[in-house]
Design a protein. Structure first.
Length: 291
């Protein structure tokens, strides 16, 4: 009996919080060279951990296409439904998003607080949006369509309703149009109006880690990965998070969270977009998921 109790105690104390992954633009839930590899690595390093790599759609191909052409708000509702029905997540989960998956998971914490997101790790997420796509990681046809739609006008209803990347397009030279017409990033950054529910829900996340790639050639500006962005009226001068109105007015609760040591962490990697060295996983990511 004592041995059985000891084994049961060890099993409980050695269990890890489940982890939910959301891939980036041009990727899918199960690519063996990206998300599939990350899932396997986590399962190996965190023995017995449950890892859910989100698939937006019924097939891998559909999942990839939806990363370009499915309304972000519809994706959030889709994922909220998935996690609420998953019995393994009901006591809470850690979340790790890659590229646009980073800001999508942050929005998920804001609009879908149950089950609770305990920890968010954003790897190259663009939390203030982007103003440019230096490189498109999708197929030639998809990237051509993305550029065509952006050329039509990122803030037209036609494009906002059809292109994911337009929904986090942030034009610093026309902030009023951005705030008025952005269907996603301006809404979840509380720039349209102050949604106290979004703010309070994000503050329920125990801690958030933002990872920026200092040599990023995919994201413009790369400072968006740390919630920085171009100064309004300029496409050259960059404001740090602490100098933005989002921080000064504490629109989503980050300033309040920062008052407690360890709740907000900002890490950087001397590499291009999503090029995470093995040593970084070992020293920075895995230990966070073990806690």
């Amino acid at each position: 009996m004592k041995v059985q109790l000891l084994l049961a105690f060890i099993a409980v104390t050695a269990s890890y919080t489940p982890t939910v992954l959301w891939h980036g633009m041009g990727d899918s839930c199960c690519n063996p060279l990206s998300m599939g590899s990350v899932k396997k690595m986590l399962e190996k390093e965190l023995d017995g951990v449950y890892v859910l790599s989100l698939k937006i759609g019924s097939t891998v191909a559909e999942d990839t296409e939806n990363g370009f052409f499915m309304d972000v708000n519809d994706q959030l509702e889709y994922v909220c439904n998935i996690i609420q029905k998953d019995s393994k997540l009901q006591n809470g989960y850690n979340a790790m998003g890659f590229s646009q998956g980073g800001q999508f998971l942050r929005a998920l914490a804001q609009m879908c607080p149950s089950p609770p997101m305990k920890q968010l790790i954003s790897v190259g997420g663009q939390h203030q949006g982007v103003y440019g796509f230096p490189h498109c990681p999708g197929s030639w046809f998809i990237c051509k369509e993305v550029q065509k739609l952006l050329d039509l006008g990122a803030y037209t209803d036609f494009v906002q309703n059809r292109l994911v990347q337009a929904q986090y397009w942030h034009d610093p030279l026309n902030e009023e149009k951005y705030r008025t017409h952005s269907k996603f990033i301006a809404v979840y950054n509380n720039e349209v109006h102050l949604n106290e529910t979004f703010r309070n829900n994000l503050m329920r996340v125990e801690n958030i880690t933002f990872v920026k790639f200092n040599k990023d050639t995919m994201v413009s500006p790369k400072e968006s990965e740390w919630f920085g962005f171009y100064k309004p009226g300029s496409n050259k001068e960059i404001l740090k998070l602490e100098d933005t109105q989002l921080w000064k007015e504490d629109r989503i609760g980050l300033k309040e969270m920062s008052k407690t040591p360890g709740r907000l962490t900002f890490l950087s990697i001397e590499a291009d977009h999503l090029q995470v060295p093995e040593a970084f996983w070992s020293s920075e990511i895995i230990p966070r998921l073990r806690n």
